[in-house]
Design a protein. Sequence first.
Length: 221
Amino acid sequence: MTAPRTPDAVLRRLDLKITRRLEGLLQGDHRTAFRGQGLDFADLREYQYHDDVRHMDLNFTARLQIPHVREFLEDREITAWFLLDMSPSIDFQSVSVSKRAVREQFDYLIYAKEGNRYVGTCSLFRMDWAVPKGEIGYWLRESAHGNGYMTEAVKRITVFGFETFNLQRIEIHCDAKNQPSCKVAERAGYLLEAKLRNVCREHREQKLRDTCIFAIIPPRQ
């Protein structure tokens, strides 16, 4: 009876032939066997059984009366830069009260340098000027996850709040099951102060949810 080969022995039997030297770290059409959603629109095609219905183009489907889904170009590499809006748009006002005077919410967009593509948002909101304090919320496209973009954005917004508005406390509220979001708060230097149990319900299944409250205060002078 032949003894089973070890993984190392099987690996050494592989004979790999190359036709040219490859430059760079990322090669091939996709980084993994699974296609990402991508950011750049590529084409429309008829809906197939395995397609995600969330990718369906409703306008095109309504015109042709045949279900169609959108296809996107997957990202191979992405470099993002952080944009702070200090332009005159902050002075936009309704009737006699400007957004700057109210100062209720400050939304900052994250764009990729290549192609000027929008990849996420980081906001400073729920301002309480009596303290003063505020809360940070954020969202990032799935295709841009795992690159540290949101951690850097949260750090910059935090410094911006401390230095520009003299905030004495900034909070981040995360769903207890959303571990990636909680990790962003921790990596940005926020401390977990409380976990509120059964504080709200899920939008779809209406299950009770717990919320983690992270907070940070300015460093002592």
